[in-house]
Design a protein around this ligand. Structure first.
Ligand SMILES: [Fe+2]
Length: 291
């Protein structure tokens, strides 16, 4: 089973996104868009209709980008999975949290993700598990219920909210698949102020939960770079910046991750225009640890 993951696509700075054709040539079984799939022009929306209007226009432009459109068409033709979650820039704007705004505003943002990608859902929620051969792919919604760290540092339900936590615990404990991949828009580890580490009680709960599965890893995006960690057994693969430019020199990133799940190991290839963000390694199932 081959999964390609990508995040952070800013059409405003890279209008022609050839990277999606590279991804198409991989012929993945699943494409996972980890959030910041579009970038709002305004971070301070307080009117649900205006927010929805801006998101809709941006999604339309992204869906019409020829390389992206061709990739989605080929995936759908082959009945491959297209899975998408949002992060801040395709939800309410930079570093904003759904749990701290009026319900109508966050609901408007969620509806636009649903309209753009028609994802399979859990009730009204966009969190979901997909069973893909040897992999249980678990999509988390880390934005809708999140509150700012100062309000939830000691909350064991932080980031996901009580109901999603309950659901996630059930999914992980019941998973009989050889591998479990948890898709989280934001990183586990400290890159800036959006990581799970900012929520220490919830972070510990997540690490303990994932440790209950023999081969679980977290896939995350958000931070415009590729990276890989094995922090006391919690493996995290970060891939971000599929269509972004660097802040200092303005170079393109074209970062994405290709994960191939085999019987004995998962091969991880992190691709990039930048040599120092390319990685190619395998994580064996036994012992489940980074090489
Ligand atoms: Fe983000």
């Amino acid at each position: 089973m081959k999964l390609v993951a990508a995040s952070c696509s800013k059409l405003q700075s890279i209008p022609s996104q050839t990277v999606w054709s590279e991804i198409e040539s991989e012929r993945p079984d699943a494409l996972l868009l980890l959030g910041d799939n579009i970038y709002l022009d305004h971070d301070h929306h307080d009117d649900p209709e205006r927010l929805a209007g801006e998101l809709r226009a941006l999604y339309r432009r992204q869906l019409e980008e020829p390389h992206f459109a061709s990739l989605l068409a080929s995936l759908r033709k082959r009945k491959a999975l297209v899975a998408a979650i949002y992060d801040d820039h395709d939800f309410l704007g930079n570093n904003r949290y759904g749990g701290d705004v009026p319900p109508a505003l966050r609901e408007a943002a969620r509806q636009e993700l649903v309209a753009a990608f028609a994802p399979a859902r859990t009730g009204a929620d966009v969190y979901r598990v997909h069973h893909l051969g040897p992999v249980d792919l678990v999509l988390a919604d880390t934005r809708f219920y999140r509150r700012e760290p100062a309000r939830s540092a000691h909350d064991r339900d932080a980031v996901l909210g009580a109901q999603q936590w309950q659901w996630l615990e059930q999914v992980v404990r019941q998973s009989a698949a050889p591998y479990l991949v948890l898709a989280s828009s934001t990183t586990l580890h400290a890159f800036g102020d959006e990581s799970w580490e900012q929520y220490p009680v919830a972070f510990t709960r997540l690490r303990q939960l994932l440790a209950a599965h023999p081969a679980a890893l977290v896939l995350s995006g958000d931070v415009h770079r590729n990276a890989a960690y094995d922090d006391s057994g919690t493996i995290e693969i970060v891939t971000s910046g599929v269509a972004r430019r660097g802040l200092v020199f303005g170079g393109e990133r074209r970062n994405y991750g290709v994960l191939s799940f085999g019987t004995e190991a998962v091969r991880v290839q992190l691709r990039s225009l930048k040599a120092y963000w390319r990685f190619d390694f395998a994580i064996p199932r036994k012992p489940w640890a980074m090489p």
